[in-house]
Design a protein around this ligand. Structure first.
Ligand SMILES: *[C@@H]1O[C@H](CO)[C@@H](O)[C@H](O)[C@H]1NC(C)=O
Ligand SMILES: *[C@@H]1O[C@H](CO)[C@@H](O)[C@H](O)[C@H]1NC(C)=O
Ligand SMILES: *[C@@H]1O[C@H](CO)[C@@H](O)[C@H](O)[C@H]1NC(C)=O
Ligand SMILES: *[C@@H]1O[C@H](CO)[C@@H](O)[C@H](O)[C@H]1NC(C)=O
Length: 277
């Protein structure tokens, strides 16, 4: 009997764990993302040097370099070479921003560069499960200087709050990046789909995706009903088994009783006989 109770409890625990795992479960996140630099948008690397080249074919030219619109005076920090290259000898946060260059000569065009800091601290989970009528909060943990643009896509289409969709709310994340948090409340069945946080900063692009699954409330109830059914069946099995085991024992006990009574009767007869003697 003890063994059966043990089996019953262990299966109960197993079932409830299985049911619990189904709700709100989201699989592990992958490695932290970093975008690939482009020729014109460079990622900030503290204390490292940075070379910006206006024209790779240029030699012995005079180049004007500007930082955020102000002409750069060459010094130890900014070196301007005759091959149209600007060398920032050791990057500091104050170098973040826009650079432009113009080679002296007819028909030359200004060229723009951006030095930015951009980090995605965490990817969205591969999947996110929400109960119908509950709320969904997706946070894009991106940080950047200057702040990057964040846009949310659902199955490839841009999400925007409008007069017909007041369930959507966008807000800034802890790094003050606007639109980085998406809140949908309440969640409808039709909200399932692939949600992409699209990050862009000049020519750098990054994204992270989660598959949103919507569970209806009854779906959450099924595992519970499963437990109830299993417990009922197990109890019935134990009950029947115990009943079958006790029956032959009872029959045996009855036989013993009868024998004892018989013996007792024989005994009393004997004494009677002895007394008669
Ligand atoms: C450099 O010059 C070569 C040949 O003149 C040309 O094909 C190439 O596009 C030039 N590169 C740039 C960056 O202007
Ligand atoms: C331009 O000249 C500087 C100094 O000589 C050198 O470090 C840099 O690599 C050159 N850039 C190109 C594109 O040749
Ligand atoms: C909201 O819905 C109305 C009627 O269904 C439609 O005419 C209008 O264009 C919608 N507004 C937006 C911003 O989608
Ligand atoms: C997200 O990034 C991947 C890898 O860089 C890229 O292949 C994909 O097109 C991007 N998705 C969107 C919606 O931009």
């Amino acid at each position: 009997m003890k063994l059966q109770i043990l089996i019953l409890f262990s299966s109960l625990i197993g079932l409830s764990l299985g049911a619990g795992g189904g709700i709100g479960g989201s699989s592990g996140s992958s490695a932290i993302g970093s975008p690939t630099e482009t020729e014109n948008t460079r990622l900030f690397k503290k204390d490292q040097s940075l070379l910006l080249t206006c024209d790779y074919n240029a030699t012995n030219v005079e180049t004007t370099w500007k930082k955020n619109g102000t002409e750069i005076e060459p010094n130890d920090h900014f070196q301007i070479h005759s091959n149209s290259t600007l060398n920032i000898t050791s990057q500091t946060e104050s170098d973040l921003g826009e650079f432009s260059c113009l080679i002296k000569g007819p028909g030359e065009e200004e060229k723009y560069f951006y030095l930015v800091d951009l980090q995605l601290h965490k990817h969205l989970p591969k999947s996110t499960t929400v109960l119908e009528n509950d709320k969904l909060k997706l946070s894009c943990l991106v940080e950047g200087n200057p702040h990057p643009n964040v846009q949310w896509l659902k199955d490839g289409e841009a999400l925007q709050p409008d007069e017909n969709n007041t369930r959507l709310v966008f807000s800034a994340n802890t790094y003050n990046v606007t639109n980085a948090i998406l809140l949908i409340q309440p969640i409808l069945k039709s909200d399932y789909g692939n949600y992409v946080c699209l990050i862009s900063q000049h020519s750098l692009h990054l994204n992270t995706t989660t598959e949103v699954r919507v569970k209806d409330i009854y779906a959450a109830l099924w595992p519970f009903l499963g437990i109830v059914v299993e417990v009922t069946i197990l109890c019935a099995i134990i009950f029947i088994y115990e009943k079958r085991r006790i029956k032959p024992n009872l029959a045996q006990a009855d036989m013993d009783d009868i024998n004892e009574q018989k013996n007792a009767a024989d005994h009393s007869n004997e004494t009677e006989v002895r007394q008669r003697k």
